[in-house]
Write a protein that binds this ligand. Sequence first.
Ligand SMILES: NC(=O)c1ccc[n+]([C@@H]2O[C@H](COP(=O)([O-])OP(=O)(O)OC[C@H]3O[C@@H](n4cnc5c(N)ncnc54)[C@H](O)[C@@H]3O)[C@@H](O)[C@H]2O)c1
Length: 266
Amino acid sequence: MNRLTDKKIVITGAASGIGRAAATLMVQEGASVLIADLDQDAAARAAVELSDGAGGRAVGMAVDVTNEGSIATMINRAVAEFGGIDVLCNHVGGSNPKKDLDLLRMDLAEWDRAMVLNARSTVVACRLALPHMIAAGGGSIINTVSVAGLTGDTLQCAYGAAKAAVIRLTQYIATQYGRKRVRCNAIAPGAIMTPALRDNLPEDVISDIQRHNALDLIGDPDDIGWAMVYLASEESRYMTGQTLVLDGGLTAQSPIASSRRSLLED
Ligand SMILES: NC(=O)c1ccc[n+]([C@@H]2O[C@H](COP(=O)([O-])OP(=O)(O)OC[C@H]3O[C@@H](n4cnc5c(N)ncnc54)[C@H](O)[C@@H]3O)[C@@H](O)[C@H]2O)c1
């Protein structure tokens, strides 16, 4: 219950899905959490609901991570509200699967949009939060990426490339600010059952993913939320520049393993 006592945390995209689950666990563990989301009403509702339980507290506000001024307002609000920032979670991301196809058919405007939503937003938020972390003697940055940034796939070229950019950016930030005691890690979820997954992936693709991972499961938002609690806490004080993959074993196994599974059965 006290893994994050006194931690001041900013998390974007936390009004629903994985972000909301992470914010819930963080408040339960004693943190003060700024829930920043494009959906202002949902962020405000989430903050009220989360503050209702024991532990820390939550504040909700609107942010559009594609807008630099809006990110600046978010960082300033966290500093004004909590007195600083210990943990920044750059959690918003995605692309439009109807426009983000294979290279030849992809809408180039969607490539630009995905780069802004996933990568530029992370760069801007880190640049604004880092001076506060350095002044306070350190901090932890957590970037949500995806297994799509680790391998190739048939569709969503822009999404995968943008998440790969954030994975490498994570290592650069870890390298450049480690001596200031700022850690920077990424979390790469596989398929996690959220509104975004339900809206964007057809049933047959979801069951295909399940069939091709080692654990035969689709993840819950809490599976990622607990990893975010770990990276936000001092339990991970010796970890930086890493990408923690939580995908049920999808990327751990050989691509042919799922079709040879009968060899394991007795
Ligand atoms: N769900 C999965 O299976 C999965 C897998 C891999 C990676 N991810 C990553 O996890 C993150 C969140 O995914 P999710 O499934 O929880 O999504 P979600 O759609 O359930 O939640 C996303 C939240 O972000 C908010 N948002 C959208 N655009 C925004 C913007 N411009 N500024 C601020 N807030 C904005 C939405 O209002 C929403 O509350 C993304 O970075 C995504 O790429 C998810």
